[in-house]
Design a protein around this ligand. Structure first.
Ligand SMILES: [Zn+2]
Length: 278
């Protein structure tokens, strides 16, 4: 006859831990409810029950109630009353932790093995101790994912704040041009009105010269130049604009950006340089 006592002081786990463990682990279960903790005693005749108990407890902590554990870690790391921010970070943490399904299985197997080794030597299993001491490697991995998610959140916040500043600059600009067409050349771009007149050449040259010295990105310079001229509509022709630049233009100009799918102008340079065509 073997006997284990599982002690749980965490109020969030008290609600259903006993029931969760009793389902897959056969034996005689007794439960005591105290104001500060819950106690469950399991009496079994077979010693293999240590493995079933370890596996059930690991699954409870690492899979079933993993959100509670992650939230507790997050609130310790980044105390915030902003529930939307918390959810953004939690979603990101989930993506990081479940990106590799093998790693999810490894984590569960490793936790089961650690609790099993402990249960073989001890008759008392204190859930808080298991979580914070026995499964240290797991919560350290959780913390790394949380830190990464917090960084992503803060970066996202900064990005939105930056986009908002640019939007405001565009909205408040005086003498806005109605429409600018953006054409690209290797490592540079130029602007034209729909009638084909060049605009902003001096500004673009200045910005590109300055950026050359600082190894600036053409997409960033394009956004700055367009914010300065603040057109109401923009057509971006084919060329050197990356996805990040497209996203920021759409955000700053409230979606008033069209992307050319290939007009005569876009394809002309290719025809001119294609020696085989002539
Ligand atoms: Zn075009």
């Amino acid at each position: 006859m073997s006997c284990w006592t599982v002690v749980c002081r965490d109020g969030t786990f008290n609600q259903d831990l006993g029931e969760y463990l009793a389902r897959p682990v056969p034996g005689e279960w007794e439960e005591w409810i105290y104001p500060s903790h819950h106690k469950y005693r399991l009496s079994v005749s077979e010693t293999e029950s240590a493995w079933s108990l370890a596996k059930a407890l690991a699954e409870y902590l690492v899979v079933v109630r993993v959100d509670d554990w992650l939230r507790a870690l997050l609130r310790r790391r980044y105390p915030s009353s902003d529930l939307q921010a918390e959810q953004f970070i939690m979603d990101r943490v989930h993506n990081i932790l479940t990106a590799d399904p093998d790693r999810v299985d490894d984590r569960l197997n490793w936790a089961s093995a650690a609790i099993f080794r402990h249960a073989q030597q001890a008759t008392a299993v204190v859930v808080d101790g298991v979580q914070w001491f026995l499964l240290q490697d797991i919560w350290r991995e959780f913390e790394e994912a949380i830190d990464e998610a917090i960084d992503a959140y803060l970066l996202d916040e900064e990005y939105h704040a930056f986009v908002n500043v640019l939007r405001q600059l565009v909205r408040e600009a005086k003498n806005r041009i109605d429409w600018i067409h953006v054409h690209f050349q290797p490592r540079r771009f130029y602007f034209e009105t729909p009638a084909g007149e060049r605009v902003g050449d001096a500004l673009i040259d200045d910005m590109l010269d300055q950026a050359d010295a600082e190894h600036g990105d053409v997409g960033d310079i394009l956004v700055s130049a367009l914010v300065t001229l603040a057109p109401r509509w923009i057509t971006v022709h084919r060329g050197g604009l990356e996805d990040a630049g497209r996203d920021i233009l759409l955000a700053v100009f409230d979606g008033h950006v069209l992307f050319c799918r290939g007009c005569g102008r876009c394809f002309r340079p290719r025809l001119d340089t294609d020696q085989q065509s002539f």
